[in-house]
Design a protein around this ligand. Structure first.
Ligand code: SF4
Length: 74
């Protein structure tokens, strides 16, 4: 079964917390108000896809954990 690898570029993240609200339990802000995945590898989750598509600065990377291919965000 496909697994997704989730990552956040903390240098790009502006701490808007859109991802935290869009995919509850999947993202958390650190002490610098920068997001990161709660779990780096997950089963496909439409809320996480929505979060990646909704990030205002496109800081969230979502790829197939096996192939490294980007997950289609549409
Ligand atoms: S939505 Fe994007 S900018 Fe906002 S906290 Fe999440 S990763 Fe950071």
């Amino acid at each position: 079964m496909t697994r997704w690898a989730v990552a956040v570029d903390k240098n790009t993240c502006i701490g808007s917390a859109v991802c935290v609200g869009t995919a509850p339990g999947r993202f958390a802000l650190d002490e610098r108000q920068r997001s990161g995945p709660v779990t780096a590898e997950i089963d496909p989750d439409e809320a996480v896809r929505d979060a990646a598509a909704s990030c205002p600065v496109e800081a969230i990377s979502l790829v197939d954990a096996d192939t490294g291919e980007p997950v289609d965000l549409d």
